[in-house]
Design a protein around this ligand. Structure first.
Ligand code: PBG
Length: 311
């Protein structure tokens, strides 16, 4: 009589890739997660494929960052090369790419930063960023990405990305839009993992305010109108109500991102012996599914797949 079933099919594993060879460098704030060079990454993806995990999402840490985030849209960029390598070795796992600039820009913001001549303030230039995001997306698709996931939160990005993909003959590539992405303290460990902490200011001019719920529904409406195929809520745990409201209002697949901070707090408490990690992790993932998520991006994907197999 159980109403909710968590399954391996629901899980997507985020992975971090960096240039080099033979590198599997632990991320201190995210136990059991690593920055991996492409050779190690490919080995890991084969293991995940063997466990039956349907998809991974890739984050790149380039050697060189610059103001324009040029590695993000270079055909020889770290993500592009990683996709090509994975596609040769693992054919039964979907490769999703995070489309954003923050890991590639020297200032760590999600787009092109311009100084306002009148006020002297720095801000992200929305429209200039859209062009770069379109280039980044097309280069991911050319390398073989199966799904693209814009996470930058610039206005109009889904439409621009959809047009760019269609023009280049990638009509079949779905867009998983980070539609309701809140400015959140829960991203802390990820920013260490991806080395993407903004050098100045924060992301509150382009990420959502945690006090707002109906705004999330508006963001979802816009993204669907612009051509999103899957809509995402991020973070997941502090926003379960948002997942449920979207589920009740839209007939669209929903992805929920169980983000780094949600993972790390449990890991830290478990290391101290204060809670039972497996029990708490499965309870959290089940709550996200029960709230209405059709797929969950989670750093527990690999562990949960093993736990669910041996149940
Ligand atoms: C942006 C991006 C972020 C995360 C996923 N994509 C960082 C941010 O918005 O600062 C965070 C994921 C996590 O915390 O696990 N490229």
């Amino acid at each position: 009589m159980r109403e909710t079933h968590l399954s391996i099919d629901d899980l997507i594993m985020p992975l971090f890739v960096r240039p080099g060879k033979g590198i599997k460098q632990p991320i201190p704030s995210m136990p059991e997660n690593y920055q991996m060079s492409i050779d190690k990454l490919t080995e890991e993806v084969k293991i995940l494929e063997g466990l039956g995990i349907p998809g991974i999402i890739l984050f790149g840490i380039p050697d060189k960052k610059d103001e324009m985030g040029s590695d993000a849209y270079s055909d020889e960029g770290i993500i592009q090369e990683a996709i090509i390598a994975i596609k040769k070795e693992a054919k039964n796992i979907l490769v999703i790419t995070d489309v954003c600039m923050c890991e590639y820009t020297s200032h760590g913001h999600c787009g092109f930063v311009r100084r306002d001549d009148n006020t002297g303030h720095f801000d992200v230039d929305n429209d200039m960023t859209l062009e770069l995001l379109a280039k980044e997306t097309v280069s991911h698709a050319k390398a073989g990405a199966d799904i693209v996931a814009p996470s930058d939160m610039m206005d109009g990005r889904v439409g621009v990305i959809r047009d760019a993909l269609d023009e280049e003959g990638f009509n079949h590539i779905p867009i998983m839009a980070y539609s309701a992405k809140y400015a959140s303290g829960f991203y802390g460990p990820f920013r260490e993992a991806a080395e993407s902490t903004p050098g100045f200011g924060d992301r509150s001019s382009y990420q959502m305010d945690s006090h707002n719920a109906t705004e999330a529904l508006r963001e979802v409406t816009l993204d669907i109108e612009e051509g999103a195929d899957i809509v995402m809520v991020k973070p997941a745990l502090a926003y379960l109500d948002i997942i449920r409201r979207i589920k009740d209002s839209f007939d669209y697949p929903i992805a929920a991102y169980n983000v780094s901070g949600e993972f790390s707090v449990v890991k830290a408490a478990a290391e101290k012996g204060w809670i039972d990690e497996k029990r708490v992790a499965l309870e959290i993932l089940t709550s996200i599914k029960r709230a209405g998520a059709d797929m969950i991006l989670t750093y527990w994907a690999k562990d949960a797949a093993q736990w669910l197999k041996n149940k």
